[in-house]
Design a protein around this ligand. Structure first.
Ligand SMILES: NC(=O)c1ccc[n+]([C@@H]2O[C@H](COP(=O)([O-])OP(=O)(O)OC[C@H]3O[C@@H](n4cnc5c(N)ncnc54)[C@H](O)[C@@H]3O)[C@@H](O)[C@H]2O)c1
Ligand SMILES: [Zn+2]
Length: 385
């Protein structure tokens, strides 16, 4: 966004209208949604519906709202978004609630936008920073990244129940930590280059500071939070990490800006080998790639690799399913990462395809060397989903 009078870039920060987090927060969903609309549609897959339906039903009944669930088809593709927008119109819903992980939430936003109604994010895992943002990540039917779709507003409400998060398999929280750690790595680079953030301006100090706060919280509390969630416990460390993964990373990436880590994530989705990985797992490969491209101090890169390996994130191509990948596969990743609209071009320096290919290959070597030096086991290929 450029000020036509002066040519200077305008600063911009955007956020959801309201954020609510805590143990048992889901029972508040009805009363909160009632302030936004009177005919809600809840988009959730069967797993999530089963986990949440009794609480949601009593919460909505208490608020005098009808309960209407629509089964989510699994990916935010144009076809699924169009289908859900059709259901919204048929039912004359006036607010759509994305309930579940990032894909259900992104689909609800897109369908809500198509149908011209308001939308709410109710994440049931802290696996991504999708819930707060004013954009969806759209996929092809084959499961590859297609595009970012931007909206003129963020969700009217983001509500996350930390007991649900603590009850979920710990892998979701770990993936969310991978997504959130990238936020500061990317916002720092975007701050250096004064490139555009995802809010259509340049970063405010607040946007950049929130990205940094997310990072600081994760270095402090990731391990105790992971331990707590293994036992389905909600502790202050869990509350802190859920806030870092969901709110701070969300505001931080959108208003601080994205750079290479997420571009590499998008590039990785272009090859089928990585499709079994969670968003935050692929992002961690992207974070390490960016640190290498930036030429960050060796101790810093090694520390990041060791920390994220101990958290349980992939730090080698092998763990991303690309251990056996030849140059042809890696070049497909490189080309998709370097697409003209990709955020890798927000780095404060230009990157060539050859440089990116070597940086990706360096991830494997460095990841293995740090693991060996830290007494961590050899990397293993992911189990196919
Ligand atoms: N729009 C954005 O700003 C943004 C930001 C980051 C990521 N994303 C997108 O988010 C998506 C990834 O989201 P994700 O990693 O959450 O995965 P996901 O949405 O693909 O999967 C979530 C899975 O978790 C299950 N689940 C949800 N809650 C559960 C619970 N409490 N217990 C047990 N299982 C539960 C669901 O059934 C589902 O299978 C990607 O499409 C990515 O592009 C978007
Ligand atoms: Zn992300």
């Amino acid at each position: 966004m450029t000020d036509s009078g002066t040519g200077s870039a305008l600063r911009s920060l955007i956020s959801p209208a309201r954020y609510i987090q805590g143990r048992g927060a889901l029972s508040e969903l009805g009363p909160r949604v009632a302030t936004i609309g009177s005919a809600p549609l809840i988009l959730a897959d069967d797993v999530v519906r089963e986990l949440t339906e009794p609480t949601i039903t009593s919460s909505f009944e208490r608020a005098g709202l009808p309960v209407s669930f629509e089964r989510f088809g699994g990916l935010p593709t144009r076809r699924e978004i169009g289908r859900v927008a059709g259901v919204i119109s048929d039912q004359e819903a006036d607010v759509v609630i994305g309930l579940g992980g990032g894909t259900a939430i992104d689909t609800a936003k897109a369908a809500g936008d198509d149908a011209g109604i308001r939308w709410v994010s109710a994440p049931t895992v802290a696996s991504t920073d999708a819930p707060t943002s004013a954009l969806s990540v759209i996929y092809t039917e084959e499961g590859a990244f297609e595009s970012y779709r931007f909206y003129s507003r963020n969700p009217d409400l983001v509500l996350i129940d930390t007991q649900l998060v603590a009850n979920a398999p710990v892998g979701f929280l770990i993936a969310g930590i991978g997504d959130a750690l990238a936020t500061w790595i990317e916002a720092r680079a975007v701050g250096q280059s004064n490139a555009e953030n995802m809010a259509g301006g340049v970063a405010t100090r607040a946007g950049t500071a929130l990205a940094r706060l997310s990072w600081d919280i994760l270095w402090e509390f990731a391990f105790p939070a992971i331990e707590a969630v293994r036992g389905s416990l909600v502790t202050p460390a869990v509350e802190a990490v859920v806030e870092a993964n969901t709110l701070l990373s969300g505001l931080g990436f959108e208003s601080g800006g994205l750079a290479a880590a997420h571009a590499v994530h998008d590039g990785l989705t272009a090859v089928e080998e990585t499709h079994g990985l969670a968003h935050g797992q692929k992002v961690n490969i992207g974070s390490i790639t960016q640190l290498i491209l930036e030429g960050r101090p060796t101790a810093e890169v090694r520390e990041f690799i060791e920390f994220t390996a101990r958290v349980g994130l992939p730090t080698t191509l092998t763990e991303a399913g690309l251990g056996e990948a030849g140059d042809d596969v890696l070049k497909t990743v490189v080309r998709a990462t370097m697409a003209p609209e990709e955020t890798i071009h927000n780095l404060p320096f230009a990157v060539t395809e050859a440089e990116l290919l070597d940086a990706l290959k360096a991830v494997e070597r460095l990841g293995r060397s740090v693991r060996a030096g830290s007494g961590l086991p050899e990397p293993k290929a992911p189990e196919r989903r």
